[in-house]
Ligand binder design. Structure first.
Ligand code: NAD
Ligand code: ZN
Length: 265
Protein backbone atom coordinates (compact mmCIF):
# COMPACT_ATOMS: atom_id res chain seq x y z
CA UNK A 1 0.00 0.00 0.00
CA UNK A 2 1.27 3.41 -0.92
CA UNK A 3 -0.37 5.58 1.74
CA UNK A 4 1.18 8.76 0.34
CA UNK A 5 -0.47 7.98 -3.02
CA UNK A 6 -3.79 7.14 -1.33
CA UNK A 7 -3.69 10.48 0.43
CA UNK A 8 -2.99 12.34 -2.80
CA UNK A 9 -5.83 10.54 -4.59
CA UNK A 10 -8.26 11.45 -1.80
CA UNK A 11 -6.96 15.01 -1.82
CA UNK A 12 -7.61 15.39 -5.57
CA UNK A 13 -11.06 13.78 -5.19
CA UNK A 14 -11.88 16.32 -2.46
CA UNK A 15 -10.62 19.17 -4.66
CA UNK A 16 -12.91 17.93 -7.46
CA UNK A 17 -15.87 17.91 -5.05
CA UNK A 18 -15.05 21.36 -3.69
CA UNK A 19 -14.30 23.20 -6.95
CA UNK A 20 -16.82 25.08 -9.04
CA UNK A 21 -15.09 25.11 -12.40
CA UNK A 22 -12.76 22.28 -13.27
CA UNK A 23 -10.60 22.13 -16.39
CA UNK A 24 -8.79 18.96 -17.43
CA UNK A 25 -5.82 19.45 -19.76
CA UNK A 26 -4.58 16.40 -21.67
CA UNK A 27 -1.61 15.52 -23.87
CA UNK A 28 -0.32 12.46 -25.64
CA UNK A 29 0.25 10.69 -22.29
CA UNK A 30 -3.50 10.26 -21.70
CA UNK A 31 -3.65 8.09 -24.83
CA UNK A 32 -0.49 5.95 -24.57
CA UNK A 33 -2.49 3.35 -22.59
CA UNK A 34 -4.79 3.14 -25.62
CA UNK A 35 -1.77 2.14 -27.69
CA UNK A 36 -1.04 5.50 -29.34
CA UNK A 37 2.62 6.34 -28.76
CA UNK A 38 3.49 9.82 -27.52
CA UNK A 39 6.01 12.08 -29.19
CA UNK A 40 8.92 12.17 -26.82
CA UNK A 41 9.11 8.87 -24.96
CA UNK A 42 11.48 6.20 -26.32
CA UNK A 43 9.67 4.25 -29.05
CA UNK A 44 7.35 7.24 -29.54
CA UNK A 45 6.11 8.44 -32.89
CA UNK A 46 9.26 10.41 -33.69
CA UNK A 47 11.53 7.43 -33.41
CA UNK A 48 9.48 5.89 -36.27
CA UNK A 49 8.58 8.88 -38.45
CA UNK A 50 10.50 11.96 -39.44
CA UNK A 51 8.91 15.06 -37.88
CA UNK A 52 10.31 17.15 -40.73
CA UNK A 53 7.79 15.40 -42.98
CA UNK A 54 4.89 16.82 -41.03
CA UNK A 55 5.48 20.46 -41.85
CA UNK A 56 2.84 22.45 -43.69
CA UNK A 57 5.42 23.59 -46.26
CA UNK A 58 6.30 20.05 -47.26
CA UNK A 59 2.66 19.09 -47.36
CA UNK A 60 1.84 21.96 -49.70
CA UNK A 61 4.93 21.55 -51.87
CA UNK A 62 4.79 17.95 -52.90
CA UNK A 63 2.14 15.42 -53.84
CA UNK A 64 4.60 12.70 -52.84
CA UNK A 65 4.73 14.00 -49.26
CA UNK A 66 0.94 14.23 -49.13
CA UNK A 67 0.59 10.66 -50.34
CA UNK A 68 3.12 9.47 -47.75
CA UNK A 69 1.31 11.29 -44.97
CA UNK A 70 -2.14 10.02 -45.90
CA UNK A 71 -0.63 6.53 -45.90
CA UNK A 72 0.92 6.93 -42.43
CA UNK A 73 -1.97 8.78 -40.81
CA UNK A 74 -4.97 7.07 -42.41
CA UNK A 75 -3.90 4.15 -44.63
CA UNK A 76 -1.99 2.41 -41.84
CA UNK A 77 -4.78 3.06 -39.36
CA UNK A 78 -2.63 4.95 -36.83
CA UNK A 79 -5.77 6.21 -35.07
CA UNK A 80 -8.47 3.82 -36.25
CA UNK A 81 -8.19 0.67 -34.15
CA UNK A 82 -7.80 2.36 -30.80
CA UNK A 83 -10.22 2.54 -27.90
CA UNK A 84 -10.44 5.03 -25.04
CA UNK A 85 -8.74 3.87 -21.82
CA UNK A 86 -9.57 4.26 -18.13
CA UNK A 87 -8.28 7.84 -18.05
CA UNK A 88 -10.58 8.95 -20.91
CA UNK A 89 -13.54 7.21 -19.27
CA UNK A 90 -12.79 8.79 -15.90
CA UNK A 91 -12.70 12.26 -17.50
CA UNK A 92 -16.00 11.55 -19.30
CA UNK A 93 -17.45 10.44 -15.96
CA UNK A 94 -16.45 13.79 -14.46
CA UNK A 95 -18.67 15.48 -17.04
CA UNK A 96 -21.51 13.06 -16.29
CA UNK A 97 -21.16 13.92 -12.59
CA UNK A 98 -21.36 17.64 -13.38
CA UNK A 99 -17.76 18.08 -12.24
CA UNK A 100 -16.19 19.30 -15.48
CA UNK A 101 -16.09 22.69 -17.15
CA UNK A 102 -14.14 21.47 -20.18
CA UNK A 103 -11.32 19.28 -21.45
CA UNK A 104 -8.54 21.10 -23.27
CA UNK A 105 -6.60 18.61 -25.33
CA UNK A 106 -3.49 18.61 -27.47
CA UNK A 107 -4.50 15.24 -28.85
CA UNK A 108 -5.92 14.62 -32.27
CA UNK A 109 -7.24 11.11 -31.61
CA UNK A 110 -10.90 11.89 -30.76
CA UNK A 111 -10.73 9.56 -27.75
CA UNK A 112 -12.31 12.00 -25.27
CA UNK A 113 -15.43 12.22 -27.41
CA UNK A 114 -15.38 8.45 -27.96
CA UNK A 115 -15.29 7.94 -24.17
CA UNK A 116 -18.42 10.05 -23.75
CA UNK A 117 -17.40 13.69 -23.34
CA UNK A 118 -19.80 15.90 -25.26
CA UNK A 119 -18.19 17.51 -28.33
CA UNK A 120 -18.93 20.97 -26.91
CA UNK A 121 -16.91 20.24 -23.78
CA UNK A 122 -13.71 19.30 -25.65
CA UNK A 123 -11.45 22.11 -26.84
CA UNK A 124 -9.06 20.74 -29.45
CA UNK A 125 -5.86 22.80 -29.70
CA UNK A 126 -4.34 20.71 -32.49
CA UNK A 127 -7.42 19.62 -34.42
CA UNK A 128 -8.82 16.14 -34.87
CA UNK A 129 -7.80 13.27 -37.15
CA UNK A 130 -11.40 12.23 -37.67
CA UNK A 131 -11.79 15.13 -40.10
CA UNK A 132 -10.16 16.24 -43.36
CA UNK A 133 -10.45 19.79 -44.64
CA UNK A 134 -10.21 21.13 -48.18
CA UNK A 135 -7.50 23.78 -48.39
CA UNK A 136 -9.28 25.41 -51.34
CA UNK A 137 -12.99 25.53 -50.40
CA UNK A 138 -12.66 24.73 -46.61
CA UNK A 139 -15.28 21.96 -46.77
CA UNK A 140 -14.80 19.44 -43.96
CA UNK A 141 -15.14 15.71 -44.66
CA UNK A 142 -15.24 12.77 -42.26
CA UNK A 143 -11.99 10.81 -42.39
CA UNK A 144 -13.99 7.74 -43.52
CA UNK A 145 -14.25 9.43 -46.90
CA UNK A 146 -10.45 9.56 -47.19
CA UNK A 147 -10.13 6.02 -45.86
CA UNK A 148 -12.45 4.69 -48.56
CA UNK A 149 -10.57 6.51 -51.32
CA UNK A 150 -7.24 5.09 -50.12
CA UNK A 151 -8.81 1.62 -49.96
CA UNK A 152 -10.00 2.09 -53.54
CA UNK A 153 -6.36 2.52 -54.53
CA UNK A 154 -6.05 6.28 -54.97
CA UNK A 155 -3.06 7.66 -53.02
CA UNK A 156 -4.23 11.24 -52.60
CA UNK A 157 -7.88 12.04 -51.91
CA UNK A 158 -9.36 14.99 -53.83
CA UNK A 159 -12.03 17.31 -52.40
CA UNK A 160 -15.38 15.90 -53.46
CA UNK A 161 -16.78 19.38 -54.00
CA UNK A 162 -14.04 21.35 -55.79
CA UNK A 163 -11.30 18.72 -56.46
CA UNK A 164 -8.96 20.84 -54.31
CA UNK A 165 -6.29 19.57 -51.92
CA UNK A 166 -7.45 17.87 -48.72
CA UNK A 167 -5.42 18.00 -45.53
CA UNK A 168 -5.98 16.21 -42.23
CA UNK A 169 -7.80 18.74 -40.02
CA UNK A 170 -4.89 18.82 -37.60
CA UNK A 171 -2.20 21.39 -36.91
CA UNK A 172 1.04 20.62 -38.75
CA UNK A 173 4.45 21.99 -37.79
CA UNK A 174 4.69 25.55 -39.06
CA UNK A 175 0.94 26.14 -38.85
CA UNK A 176 -0.88 28.48 -36.49
CA UNK A 177 -3.06 26.95 -33.79
CA UNK A 178 -6.83 27.35 -34.26
CA UNK A 179 -7.53 30.81 -32.90
CA UNK A 180 -11.02 30.21 -31.53
CA UNK A 181 -10.02 27.08 -29.62
CA UNK A 182 -6.91 28.82 -28.25
CA UNK A 183 -8.94 31.82 -27.05
CA UNK A 184 -11.57 29.62 -25.46
CA UNK A 185 -8.88 27.49 -23.81
CA UNK A 186 -7.14 30.55 -22.36
CA UNK A 187 -10.45 31.92 -21.06
CA UNK A 188 -11.52 28.64 -19.46
CA UNK A 189 -8.06 28.19 -17.93
CA UNK A 190 -8.01 31.70 -16.43
CA UNK A 191 -11.50 31.29 -14.99
CA UNK A 192 -11.26 27.85 -13.44
CA UNK A 193 -10.79 26.89 -9.78
CA UNK A 194 -9.05 23.59 -10.44
CA UNK A 195 -6.77 22.70 -13.35
CA UNK A 196 -5.81 19.04 -13.78
CA UNK A 197 -3.01 18.12 -16.20
CA UNK A 198 -3.15 14.51 -17.39
CA UNK A 199 -0.33 13.09 -19.54
CA UNK A 200 1.40 16.13 -20.94
CA UNK A 201 5.08 17.01 -20.77
CA UNK A 202 3.95 20.68 -20.73
CA UNK A 203 6.80 21.72 -22.98
CA UNK A 204 4.86 22.53 -26.15
CA UNK A 205 4.03 26.23 -26.32
CA UNK A 206 1.68 28.02 -26.25
CA UNK A 207 -0.52 25.21 -24.95
CA UNK A 208 1.72 24.81 -21.94
CA UNK A 209 0.78 28.34 -20.84
CA UNK A 210 -2.72 27.15 -19.91
CA UNK A 211 -1.73 25.83 -16.45
CA UNK A 212 0.00 29.16 -15.80
CA UNK A 213 -3.15 31.11 -16.77
CA UNK A 214 -5.03 28.89 -14.34
CA UNK A 215 -2.52 29.51 -11.53
CA UNK A 216 -2.56 33.27 -12.19
CA UNK A 217 -6.36 33.15 -11.95
CA UNK A 218 -6.08 31.56 -8.49
CA UNK A 219 -6.78 27.95 -9.44
CA UNK A 220 -5.27 24.91 -7.78
CA UNK A 221 -3.01 22.84 -10.05
CA UNK A 222 -2.86 19.05 -10.16
CA UNK A 223 -0.34 17.28 -12.43
CA UNK A 224 -0.69 13.57 -13.23
CA UNK A 225 2.14 12.58 -15.56
CA UNK A 226 4.73 9.82 -15.63
CA UNK A 227 7.62 12.11 -16.53
CA UNK A 228 8.74 15.40 -15.02
CA UNK A 229 7.29 18.67 -16.29
CA UNK A 230 8.67 22.21 -16.02
CA UNK A 231 5.65 23.10 -13.84
CA UNK A 232 6.03 20.31 -11.28
CA UNK A 233 7.15 22.80 -8.63
CA UNK A 234 3.98 24.84 -9.10
CA UNK A 235 1.66 21.86 -8.63
CA UNK A 236 -0.51 21.67 -5.51
CA UNK A 237 -0.66 17.91 -6.02
CA UNK A 238 1.88 16.07 -8.16
CA UNK A 239 1.48 12.40 -9.11
CA UNK A 240 4.15 10.77 -11.28
CA UNK A 241 2.14 7.69 -12.27
CA UNK A 242 0.06 6.18 -15.06
CA UNK A 243 -2.95 8.29 -15.97
CA UNK A 244 -5.42 5.40 -16.40
CA UNK A 245 -5.09 3.90 -12.95
CA UNK A 246 -4.83 7.22 -11.12
CA UNK A 247 -7.73 8.97 -12.89
CA UNK A 248 -9.88 5.89 -12.37
CA UNK A 249 -9.13 5.83 -8.64
CA UNK A 250 -9.69 9.57 -8.27
CA UNK A 251 -13.10 9.48 -9.96
CA UNK A 252 -14.13 6.32 -8.05
CA UNK A 253 -13.31 8.19 -4.87
CA UNK A 254 -15.40 11.17 -6.02
CA UNK A 255 -18.33 8.84 -6.74
CA UNK A 256 -18.03 7.18 -3.32
CA UNK A 257 -18.16 10.56 -1.60
CA UNK A 258 -21.20 11.58 -3.67
CA UNK A 259 -22.93 8.29 -2.79
CA UNK A 260 -22.16 8.77 0.93
CA UNK A 261 -23.56 12.30 0.80
CA UNK A 262 -26.77 10.98 -0.82
CA UNK A 263 -27.14 8.31 1.88
CA UNK A 264 -26.82 10.91 4.62
CA UNK A 265 -29.33 13.25 2.93
P1 NAD B 1 4.52 14.61 -25.04
O1 NAD B 1 4.82 13.44 -25.89
O2 NAD B 1 5.39 15.77 -25.04
O3 NAD B 1 4.39 14.18 -23.53
C1 NAD B 1 3.63 13.12 -23.11
C2 NAD B 1 3.85 13.00 -21.60
O4 NAD B 1 2.99 11.97 -21.16
C3 NAD B 1 5.26 12.63 -21.21
O5 NAD B 1 5.74 13.56 -20.27
C4 NAD B 1 5.13 11.23 -20.57
O6 NAD B 1 5.92 11.08 -19.41
C5 NAD B 1 3.67 11.20 -20.20
N1 NAD B 1 3.04 9.90 -20.26
C6 NAD B 1 3.20 8.92 -21.19
N2 NAD B 1 2.37 7.89 -20.93
C7 NAD B 1 1.69 8.22 -19.80
C8 NAD B 1 0.69 7.56 -19.02
N3 NAD B 1 0.24 6.35 -19.33
N4 NAD B 1 0.22 8.21 -17.93
C9 NAD B 1 0.68 9.43 -17.58
N5 NAD B 1 1.62 10.10 -18.27
C10 NAD B 1 2.11 9.50 -19.37
O7 NAD B 1 3.08 14.98 -25.44
P2 NAD B 1 2.35 16.35 -25.32
O8 NAD B 1 2.87 17.13 -24.19
O9 NAD B 1 0.95 16.02 -25.42
O10 NAD B 1 2.76 17.19 -26.62
C11 NAD B 1 3.19 16.69 -27.83
C12 NAD B 1 2.24 16.79 -29.00
O11 NAD B 1 1.96 15.50 -29.42
C13 NAD B 1 0.91 17.37 -28.80
O12 NAD B 1 0.95 18.51 -29.52
C14 NAD B 1 -0.11 16.41 -29.46
O13 NAD B 1 -0.82 17.10 -30.44
C15 NAD B 1 0.74 15.43 -30.15
N6 NAD B 1 0.39 14.02 -30.12
C16 NAD B 1 -0.89 13.59 -30.01
C17 NAD B 1 -1.19 12.25 -29.94
C18 NAD B 1 -2.61 11.79 -29.81
O14 NAD B 1 -3.49 12.42 -30.37
N7 NAD B 1 -2.86 10.72 -29.07
C19 NAD B 1 -0.15 11.32 -29.93
C20 NAD B 1 1.19 11.78 -30.05
C21 NAD B 1 1.42 13.15 -30.14
ZN1 ZN C 1 -12.81 21.84 -51.93
Amino acid sequence: MDSDLDTKIQLVADMILDSGRIVVFTGAGVSTESGIPDFRSPGGIWSRFDPDDFTIDKFLQSADTRKKQWKILVGEGLFSDVEPNKAHYAIAEMEALGRLDCVITQNIDNLHQRAGNSPGSVLELHGNMKRARCLDCQTVFPIDYVEQILKDGMEEPPCRKCFGTLKPDVVFFGEALPEKAMEAAARHSSNCDLFIVVGSSLVVQPAAFMPLYAKEGGAKLVIINIGDTPLDKKADVLIHRNAGDIMDRIVESVKESVARAHQRA
